[in-house]
Design a protein around this ligand. Sequence first.
Ligand SMILES: [Zn+2]
Length: 552
Amino acid sequence: MQYKALYRKYRPLDFDDLIGQDAIVKTLKNSLKNNKIGHAYLFTGTRGTGKTSVAKMFANIVNCEDLIDGLPCGKCKICNTTKKDDNPDIIEIDAASNNGVDEIREIKNKATFVPVISKYKVYIIDEVHMLSIGAFNALLKTLEEPPSHAIFILATTEPHKIPITIISRCQRFDFKKISIVDIKKRLKYIADKEKISIEDDCINELAILSDGSLRDAIGLLDQVNSFSEGNITLDNLYELTGNVGIPLICNIIEHLLNNNINKLIEIYDNLYEKGANFQKIAETMLEVLTNVLISKNAKKYFNKKDIYYKEEIEKLEKISNREILHNIIIDINVLLDNMSNSSNSSLLFELFLLKTIDLGNKTDKKDDNNNIVSEIDEKKMVVDLKNKDNENIKNDNYLLKHALVNNTIALACKEYKNEIKELFSNIDKYLLDSKTKNIATLLMDCNINAASDDHLLLTYKYESLVIEHDKNINKIEKILNELTKRKYKVVAISEDKWKEVRPKFVELKKNNSKIELMDEKKDDTISCVVEELNDIDKTINEFGLEIIEVEE
Ligand SMILES: [Zn+2]
């Protein structure tokens, strides 16, 4: 007998078999029950979430001759031909290879003919975002005046690439990623049916690796099954995928935090010999470290998160501090960037380990050591000075920063500060989005020291966090504008700097002087080119300035 891939064999045949898309199934079932059939549907969602399966089911069900409560009878002529993938009226088109105007015109012409055996002709156009502009226009014409017997189901992983004119003609359904719990359940079911012996840990790992795609999960199960000849273990899985498990990833991070160079080199050599995929390892490390940071910064949110390795995270949390965590996360981001442009991931990874250990030794780990700041500064300076242009940029930024600090304090008002403090408590919602979670964790580390209606002064405990803040200033302002519904100019300095500057403002406040506003243009030529931010008092004295509100 010919071998049939597991994901084909276990492709769901009706709605009740479908996993993880309950809302979509319910809506479609209702429309079938009430005979409210549309002529154009758009199914969006990442790969392996069931778009094509649902499209096929829908094509069958809508044509079944004896529908029972929104479900197909399974016995009629239509149901039988569909089971064999044999219904001439269900036409699947891969837009990736048929993306031209001519192909779509041909569809348009053929769609006008009545169906051969069914009530409806159903066109399933997969990867529809691949169509050319001309093809989209041809499709639009068809969707504007569809033959009464035709239904178009467009499926895509990238809905943002589809013209709005097309989208507006379709009923849209967004397929979510399948949850780890649901994927595990399905894998267990298939393993039982197929009499595959597989460890529970391994099912777990498969579910995680597949990142919400049930098809990928089943495909991996299939692969690792033939690879391991009957008895699947975690080792088989890692060997096949080049990945390593969370325990080993946590081990690497622990040794990094403890500056245990010998252990790290031992692990690295071992992984290298096994042909590990260092890019995947770096990606998993990034994910674990972000979770450690979240656990440190936002315990309530962390407790709600669906992470199966919480114990390991909490262990790492105890031996790390935020500064080191931020630094390693930044370095891994750089590492991943470099890896994508290089064929030598293993060497880059080894260099990363050595560099991080070096940094760890210098900073002598553990919390609240002021020496950390100056030593890390020194390191960053070396990196910055590599590029001469950076120096000029730094100088411009410095002047801008000086002006922003001055102006925030000049305009500051207690009410604004209290208001924004309250809004800030909602920042943890940005942890949910992978695009904003790094910024959110950074902002959770800052203090709000002064605010006006359009200026905001933040402080961070460590200078390295200030540098990180400055690097991400555009993203930060975007998030804060969204959060506060105001347009803020945000400036950040270290707590140490703030301690130096603050008393001078307080002094002025006591004397009832007024603080003059400074020009905030980057190319501003402030007459006295200041070297240190605490020179701010010089400016203040020159103008005889006053503070409206300064508060810790
Ligand atoms: Zn039927």
